[in-house]
Design a protein around this ligand. Structure first.
Ligand SMILES: *Cc1c(COP(=O)(O)O)cnc(C)c1O
Length: 468
């Protein structure tokens, strides 16, 4: 084909002019989009069509088709990058998907704090400057049994700040079995190194005894540190020193003992093999640190809870300013903690999802599968299978959370292609692929989302087999 000098029969000549594309309803409707942006999108759609025609693909599209493509483009570009997705993975605390979903009360509190002035650092009684962390400290103390608590940006920050304030330039003794890396490259030894504390490793990967810690003590020792091994378990011939033993050993030598709990489980949860914060505080540890957006089910933040004197040192450290939390986080955390205080922990979405029983999940899976068989015609094979969900967020890796999955096996193309289409639509649906099927775990679907999954599956399976 004579490129550049289109002949009389060149289909590119039948492409409409830009002004006709702009006048087509799909673009004309977008009156709130600046004219220059609309023109640019129309020109881009025309350029793409011209390239396709040059490659010998298909007939020339008309103005309506081009305007629709340009409008879809504009909508995609104006869509925020960070947006809601449907989590069909069954991983309740999915770090890549934003971990905990907040309770409505916490959402409302964060919105109110954001939309008006607040007494964030203002003591209304005294009419003078107050402390921002004070808004949640009393609740945290009440729920954990700690004398004092301080909140920072996340748990990694809490561990860092604690070590910086309590051990900079000195030694901290840790069991080798607890020097783990947590998803997202949080490594206990690295955080410790950055804090300026010197790590002294004791024991072996599978066994650490009281005598191992004892032998490591010296004039440079600041304290003894334990870390929850998170999503890692050592099984079989193992031994570790309990928090209570560690605390008693530390206190015998005039040292502190502290633990990074990872997940901050505030109340015992059925089926979860995770320590409850209050039990660890009661075991005599001087400080515990945990995340706000893991099993606690609140906003992203990190808590240091423990003896008053220790928490005060952390609070007064100059770097505390660099790790401070914002007002929306504090408002959401306070509202989440209030649910626990009021005996309404079951309304915290994270705990509600984790406590869903197998029977209820099977009921939801069967209902969704039945609807999908109607919706999807002969485009996919729909089934229900027993499987397990995961808590995620590095917590309770062993706890089996029995669930019922809906399996959708497309007939015209691969399950991976279907999963990709589900991710790329609006709203994106994130689902796992298992044995050639896209699988939907009803455990992590929020109210109303089963319907969205149905609609998205229907349109993803109706698209042509080619392309994305
Ligand atoms: C998740 C986790 C962290 C990091 O917590 P963030 O809130 O993500 O900063 C640290 N330690 C342990 C043991 C964890 O499980």
């Amino acid at each position: 084909m004579g490129d550049g000098i289109p002949g009389a029969a060149d289909p590119r000549r039948s492409l409409p002019a830009v002004h006709r594309v702009l006048a087509a309803p799909a673009l004309a409707r977008l009156a709130d989009v600046p004219p220059a942006m609309r023109r640019e999108a129309a020109a881009a759609a025309l350029a793409r069509a011209r390239r396709r025609l040059t490659a010998g693909e298909g007939p020339a599209p008309g103005p309506d088709e081009l305007a629709a493509a340009a409008a879809a483009d504009l909508e995609g570009r104006r869509r925020p990058s960070l947006r809601r997705v449907v989590n069909a993975t069954g991983v309740v605390l999915h770090t890549n998907l934003g971990r905990a979903v907040l309770a409505p009360q916490a959402v409302a509190a964060a919105a109110e704090a954001a939309s008006a002035y607040t007494n964030l650092e203002f003591d209304l009684g005294a009419g003078e400057r107050g402390s921002r962390s004070a808004h949640v400290e009393e609740l945290l103390c009440q729920l954990t049994g700690a004398e004092a608590a301080y909140v920072v940006n996340n748990n990694a920050g809490a561990v860092f700040l604690f070590l910086r304030a309590m051990a900079q330039g000195r030694e901290v003794v840790v069991s080798r079995g607890e020097l783990v890396e947590i998803g997202g490259s949080f490594r206990v030894p690295d955080v410790m190194a950055e804090s300026g504390a010197r790590l002294v490793e004791v024991g072996t990967t599978n066994r650490t005894h009281r005598a191992d810690y004892e032998r490591a003590l010296g004039p440079e020792t600041a304290g003894l540190f334990k870390a929850h091994p998170s999503n890692f378990r050592v099984r079989g011939f193992t031994a570790e020193v309990s928090p209570a033993e560690l605390a008693s050993l530390a206190h015998t030598h005039g040292l502190w003992a502290a633990m990074d709990l990872g997940s901050g489980l505030l109340v015992p949860a059925a089926g979860l093999d995770e320590p409850v914060v209050a039990d660890l505080v009661a075991s005599g540890l001087d400080a515990v640190m945990f995340s706000g957006d893991k099993l606690l089910g609140g906003p992203q933040c990190g808590v240091v809870a423990g003896r008053r004197e220790v928490v005060e040192r952390v609070r007064r450290h100059p770097l505390a300013r660099a790790l401070r939390v914002d007002k929306m986080t504090l408002a959401a955390l306070a509202a989440t903690l209030a649910l626990y205080r009021d005996g309404r922990a079951s309304e915290v979405p994270t705990l509600a999802m984790l406590s869903l029983g197998e029977r209820e999940l099977a009921r939801r899976a069967l209902a969704l599968a039945r609807a999908l068989r109607r919706d999807l015609g002969g485009r996919a094979e729909v089934g229900v299978a027993r499987h397990t969900s995961r808590a995620g967020g590095g917590s309770a890796p062993d706890a089996p959370l029995p669930t019922a999955l809906v399996t959708v096996r497309p007939l015209a193309f691969s399950a991976h292609r279907l999963a990709r289409r589900l991710r790329l639509g609006e709203p994106p649906v994130v689902a796992r692929v298992w044995e050639d099927a896209v699988v939907v775990d009803p455990r992590t679907l929020l109210p109303g989302e089963a319907r969205i999954v149905r609609e998205r599956l229907r349109s993803a399976l109706a698209e042509e087999g080619e392309g994305t």
